[in-house]
Design a binder for this molecule. Structure first.
Ligand code: HEM
Ligand code: FPP
Length: 305
């Protein structure tokens, strides 16, 4: 009895285990990027009911995609130190119940988008689900080191989904944000793959540091970071965003390039880990700056009468 009580205190509940499969921290940033897409789509305050419905819908479908990934990769996950703890990899959650959970989340999310947002957002979000859960996870990841470059397109969709939710359209500013996340994904992931290379070797996945070596991967990280820096200037040069965003993009981009340069010249696992962690700060703060700029810059830059 005493043991059961102690175990109950330490073992995550079934719901906590399901929640872990939704990769909550990754999905939070994905939903944040979608939210910025929504808020940038019009000047002033948006329709808050629509924002809430779109946020919930995209959140549910993105979570479903993450759960589906854990289901498909439960064997691979059990061979990697980073992922072996997942309830799907440990066999604590069965394949059947995990599949049902993913289907319920995806159906609920698409229904919310269809009923309360619009058809375009529902279709694009479902396509994003297929892009990550099937095209990336099932088809590309076990076959090619370009898996995350092509698969990254689904991770880059959130601002487009957010924009479509508010306008019923796919706007050029949203496509610019798509490009930014698309170019951000390779340095984000390859920095991690460099210090987790033994994990990927054990799982038999053809990640770039395994197929092309550490030096080539580090050069790719540096080159993508430089091109990403140029792409992050587009919102300013196209006059979608103003001075606040520009300062943030330059400061964050410069720091990312410095880290990537040091990683290329003088590799250590600690530096690769630092670069990976910074990539998350980079994207989070860049998108926060877009929002701040959207509401404050017109006010700051308007002539005083
Ligand atoms: C195909 C594209 C992507 C790949 C392959 C990828 C890969 C990964 C991996 C393997 C991790 C796990 C790190 C760990 O276990 O410590 C991770 C973490 C993370 N990723 Fe990505 N990622 C991708 C796209 C994205 C996108 C689009 C976002 C957000 C917009 C994102 C946000 C994050 C965040 C916030 C974390 C940290 C999670 C935590 O601290 O628990 N990733 N990514
Ligand atoms: C509908 C919608 C907006 C979907 C978003 C799709 C999505 C969840 C993209 C995030 C990418 C992600 C979690 C990559 C993790 O890589 P991995 O799967 O290779 O990592 P792992 O080894 O940790 O499983």
């Amino acid at each position: 009895m005493a043991w059961t009580a102690t175990a109950a205190l330490h073992l995550p509940s079934k719901w906590a285990q399901f929640h872990q499969l939704t990769k909550p921290r990754v999905v939070q940033l994905i939903v944040f990027c979608a939210l910025i897409g929504m808020l940038l789509a019009q000047p002033g305050l948006p329709d808050l009911g629509r924002v809430l419905a779109a946020t919930v819908g995209i959140w549910l479908v993105a979570s479903a995609a993450a759960v589906f990934n854990c289901l498909v990769e439960r064997g691979l996950d059990s061979r990697m130190a980073r992922t072996a703890w997942r309830p799907s990899a440990r066999g604590e959650l069965g394949a059947g119940e995990t599949l049902v959970f993913a289907v319920v989340l995806c159906t609920l999310g698409c229904s919310v988008l269809l009923a309360l947002v619009n058809l375009l957002t529902a279709v694009l979000t479902l396509a994003t689900f297929v892009g990550y859960a099937i095209v990336y996870t099932v088809l590309l990841k076990p076959r090619t080191p370009q898996n995350i470059v092509i698969g990254g397109a689904s991770g880059a969709m959130p601002p487009v989904l957010g924009w479509a939710a508010m306008t019923g359209d796919v706007g050029l500013p949203a496509l610019t944000l798509f490009l930014i996340i698309f170019l951000w994904t390779p340095p984000h992931f390859w920095a991690l793959a460099l210090y987790r290379v033994e994990d990927y070797r054990r799982a038999g996945l053809p990640m770039l540091p395994i197929t092309h070596g550490s030096e080539f991967t580090r050069l790719q990280v540096l080159l993508y970071t430089i091109v990403l820096f140029a792409a992050t200037l587009l919102p300013f040069t196209s006059r979608t965003s103003g001075g606040i965003y520009l300062v943030a993009a330059v400061v964050l981009g410069w720091r990312f390039i410095v880290l990537a340069w040091r990683l290329w010249r003088d590799y250590s696992d600690a530096l690769a880990r630092q670069t990976f962690r910074f990539s998350i700060w980079h994207l989070s703060l860049l998108f926060a700056a877009l929002l701040l700029d959207h509401y404050l810059w017109p006010w700051l830059s308007s002539p005083v009468v």
